[in-house]
Design a protein around this ligand. Structure first.
Ligand code: IMP
Length: 424
């Protein structure tokens, strides 16, 4: 019998700390595979006093012997990708040896980035707050059947395809009245694309099939988070891919019955970067404190993140839609010394209380809070304080799955593995 693919993904609006958990559990796996998103992601890993931010490369890259696969569901900007590879090589990581790239992954062109900027500028106040990495326009070309794929880099008519797509983009940019001179970026892109072509390109669906048949353990690494999913997130304030566990099937070429554990990552509070509804957002000094204590500034864009209390109806929704089998709670230490911590257990919608995430969470929706005693300092060498244990138990009771990992700080070492009592 072949092995299963476990999935690790964000259960909130992204930035949950997925990179750290992948890095911590990577030794359990032979292959770490990214299945969606692109350089809009910023997965931060901290160990031995160094901080590393990964955008497209899977977070298993620092573990020797782990294969890192960029799946077909990912969109790749060759310029950013190459910079990332070179930055890792500079610190002595032999990235290319264990890095595989799907031929079916789509490529982000400089004109995709320009289209992203033009689209956001046109939206004005209604803008998504995109990272402007060209993600949306690239997925639009994918579903519109106009896209350029990594496998096209091996074709003799590459330049014809590239020029045809660029001409289409030029026409669109002219309609947007968007001026930009991309000649330099185009040359840089073509050079980087040639270097990408020289890396290990694979048919990842076959690679994974063979790996699973050989009993290899595979972890699918998600980017962004459930509430940014194109179908089930807070549309239109979402990213352009399926960030949920089903995305691992289409983004890697793995059948649904081959999925195993689904690990949902969430923070002990909530954050969101960019526009869109956020029911538990704090506009006061408590939100400011969380932002400062949690260093809640975008790892890709540097933008300050919006901060708020933990939202259980939203977390429960994520558990349901992803089939999450276990959770990891990150950044518990950010709430240290808060006296009281609040937790949103339900919403009041038009005077009615519901624990269900409704279709529309803008407008007339008010969070219902429960107050719980806070905790002091946390230390991996001591048992978790009772108040934090109670907080954990309250979440587990609401969402019905165990919290198996609790993070008490950014370093690999600041991690507690719990044998949770909730589920047999
Ligand atoms: P885009 O995917 O860059 O177009 O951004 C769409 C929305 O998703 C914006 O609100 C971004 O701030 C958000 N977003 C995209 N990538 C990430 C991420 O990795 N973490 C958190 N938010 C993200």
């Amino acid at each position: 019998m072949s092995a299963k693919v476990d999935v690790l993904l964000g259960a909130q609006w992204g930035d949950e700390g997925k990179g750290k958990v992948v890095d911590v559990i990577a030794p359990e796996y032979d292959v770490i595979a990214r299945f969606q998103g692109g350089p809009n992601a910023g997965h931060t890993l901290i160990f031995e006093g160094f901080k590393h931010v990964l955008h497209t490369i899977p977070s298993g890259v620092f573990r020797e012997g782990t294969v890192n696969l960029v799946g077909n569901g990912v969109v790749i900007d060759p310029i950013i990708f190459l910079k990332e590879v070179k930055a890792l090589e500079k610190i002595g990581v032999d990235v290319r040896r264990n890095l595989l790239i799907s031929r079916r992954a789509h490529l982000i062109l400089p004109t995709h980035r320009a289209l992203d900027a033009a689209s956001e500028a046109e939206k004005g106040k209604a803008k998504i707050g995109s990272t402007l990495k060209g993600i949306g326009p690239t997925y639009m070309d994918k579903t519109g059947r106009n896209g350029l794929r990594v496998g096209d880099l091996e074709r003799s008519d590459l330049m014809d395809r590239f020029n045809a797509l660029q001409r289409k983009h030029d026409r669109l940019l002219a309609m947007h009245d968007h001026q930009s001179d991309l000649r330099e970026a185009t040359q840089e892109w073509l050079d980087a694309a040639q270097q990408l072509r020289a890396m290990s390109l694979v048919d990842s669906e076959h690679y994974l099939d063979e790996a699973l048949r050989a009993g290899k353990r595979v972890l699918a690494e998600g980017a962004q988070g459930t509430l940014l999913d194109i179908d089930f997130g807070t549309y239109p304030f979402v990213t352009s891919s399926n960030t949920i566990s089903a995305g691992a099937c289409t983004g890697l070429g793995v059948a649904p019955n081959r999925l195993g554990r689904v690990v949902g990552i969430f923070k002990a509070y909530s954050t969101r970067v960019g526009s869109g509804p956020f029911p538990t957002e704090l506009h006061d000094e408590v939100g400011e404190h969380i932002r400062t204590a949690g260093h809640e500034f975008g790892s890709t864009t540097g933008r300050p993140r919006r901060c708020g209390w933990l939202d259980l109806p939203a977390l429960h929704y994520a558990v349901m839609i992803n089939g999450i089998t276990e959770l990891a709670m990150m950044k518990s230490d950010v709430l240290n010394h808060m006296g009281t911590v609040r937790i949103c257990t339900a919403y009041k919608v038009d005077g009615r209380v519901t624990e269900r995430l409704p279709y529309d969470i803008t407008g007339n929706l008010e969070p219902v809070y429960e107050d719980m005693p806070g905790w002091g300092d946390l230390d991996v060498n001591n048992a978790l304080p009772d108040s934090l244990q109670n907080y954990i138990a309250r979440i587990e009771a609401a969402v019905g799955v165990p919290i198996k990992l609790v993070s008490l700080g950014p370093d690999r070492a600041e991690t507690v593995h719990r044998e949770a009592a909730l589920v047999p």
